[in-house]
Design a protein around this ligand. Structure first.
Ligand SMILES: *[C@@H]1O[C@H](CO)[C@@H](O)[C@H](O)[C@H]1NC(C)=O
Ligand SMILES: *[C@@H]1O[C@H](CO)[C@@H](O)[C@H](O)[C@H]1NC(C)=O
Ligand SMILES: *[C@@H]1O[C@H](CO)[C@@H](O)[C@H](O)[C@H]1NC(C)=O
Ligand SMILES: *[C@@H]1O[C@H](CO)[C@@H](O)[C@H](O)[C@H]1NC(C)=O
Ligand SMILES: CC(=O)N[C@H]1CO[C@H](CO)[C@@H](O)[C@@H]1O
Length: 335
């Protein structure tokens, strides 16, 4: 009787072992075909659920898929870390060269000393997508006039991350643009107050921007002029401040825009950032309004053609459309 039970146990164990062997073999078999799968392996053995599904997350559609589009796979570098950390503060020489070209000062301060001072004030952390178990949905909210009358507010507010940029206000526009903001992307010349639960995300175009930041989010700074007047102090929770790594900015310019224009726009950088820190990306408030005008939802329509600055506007638009065609993000066209 005993031995019969034992045999039965073995009978149950055998298919289980076969399944495990199969799963382990499949991992190695798949390895050469997918970069993102290699990343997954590196990060350790994941729950079977994710190994057997084609997605990297628990959303219906995930930015990172095992069967990624070749155009996307060629460009998307999943391992790059978007934010500056102490560990990553040393810039490779090609980045330094690219970044120094954007500087307007003939005599910039010592970068490593400036960064050291910065990290005495702001936290030294990075993060990535929601991971295999999670589903982090993100709304990237641009400032286009096509948001007016869109009634997207509730939809936007239902996202996990809500990323806004530059001077975007919400007060008075909640019905169309929502009221929550988890990340506000800006640079010193476009800086504005954010509330205590919002992460200020700085795009550093120059060393001066990194000198300005620690004072600006605490007691005030004496750096009050770049090529424009700067605010000496802004309201922001210093414990939530993040600085985009210049390596990441160059990556966007090089890989996603083929070096079109002098540097990418804030909006485009926010979109690519979202692809790296989110599992599902929805884009609002980009492009023209229904009458073909470029303007901001919070400004009256004065002149019909607002220029797009030193950015490769059409090229960025084309890349964003392509990302939408291959389901890496969804564009809400507005009203
Ligand atoms: C910047 O400062 C660091 C540390 O004080 C020093 O080692 C380095 O040589 C300086 N770099 C330049 C370019 O002066
Ligand atoms: C903002 O949040 C921090 C903690 O992150 C807290 O120490 C601080 O008192 C808060 N400030 C305000 C004005 O609520
Ligand atoms: C700001 O103050 C520091 C000392 O706290 C000083 O070294 C620096 O020269 C000042 N910068 C300007 C632009 O006044
Ligand atoms: C964007 O795409 C359109 C249509 O495919 C094309 O005609 C145009 O040249 C592209 N613009 C840029 C800047 O690549
Ligand atoms: C942008 C960047 O330099 N990222 C690197 C930061 O450091 C980690 C760990 O050393 C690397 O894996 C990233 O590539």
């Amino acid at each position: 009787m005993r031995s019969l039970i034992r045999i039965r146990r073995y009978i149950l164990i055998i298919p289980f072992c076969i399944t495990i062997t199969f799963v382990v073999c499949m991992q190695y078999k798949l390895k050469p075909f997918s970069n993102s799968f290699v990343d997954l392996l590196k990060s350790g053995l994941q729950p079977l659920k994710t190994i057997l599904s084609s997605s990297h997350c628990a959303c219906q559609k995930c930015v990172r898929q095992l069967d990624d589009d070749p155009w996307f796979q060629k460009r998307f570098i999943g391992s790059i870390t978007p934010f500056l950390t102490r560990e990553n503060k040393t810039l490779p020489s090609d980045t330094t060269k690219w970044w120094m070209n954007l500087q307007r000062s003939k005599n910039p301060a010592n970068y490593s000393e400036v960064v050291e001072t910065l990290f005495q004030v702001i936290p030294d952390v990075d993060y990535k997508d929601g991971g295999p178990e999670g589903c982090r949905t993100c709304a990237v909210v641009g400032n286009s006039g096509n948001l007016k009358g869109s009634h997207y507010g509730a939809l936007i507010d239902s996202s996990d991350f809500i990323i806004r940029m530059n001077r975007a206000p919400t007060s008075g526009y909640e019905v169309d643009v929502g009221s929550r903001t988890t990340h506000h992307v800006m640079y010193p010349e476009s800086a504005q107050d954010v509330d205590n639960t919002t992460s200020l995300v700085l795009l550093p175009f120059k060393i001066l921007d990194l000198q300005w930041l620690p004072g600006a989010v605490t007691t005030g700074t004496n750096i009050t002029f770049s090529y424009r007047k700067l605010r000496p102090k802004i309201n922001a929770n210093k414990d939530l401040v993040k600085v985009v790594n210049p390596v990441f900015m160059k990556y966007i310019h090089e890989v996603w825009l083929d070096y079109q224009g002098r540097y990418p726009s804030t909006g485009f950088m926010a979109v690519i950032l979202a692809l790296h820190i989110c599992d599902e990306v929805n884009v609002y408030g980009f492009g023209k309004d229904k009458d073909g005008n470029w303007h901001h939802y919070f400004q009256p329509l004065l002149n019909k053609k607002i220029r797009t600055g030193p950015h490769p506007g059409d090229y960025e638009y084309n890349v964003t459309m392509k990302l939408s065609e291959i389901n890496k993000l969804q564009i809400y066209k507005g009203w």
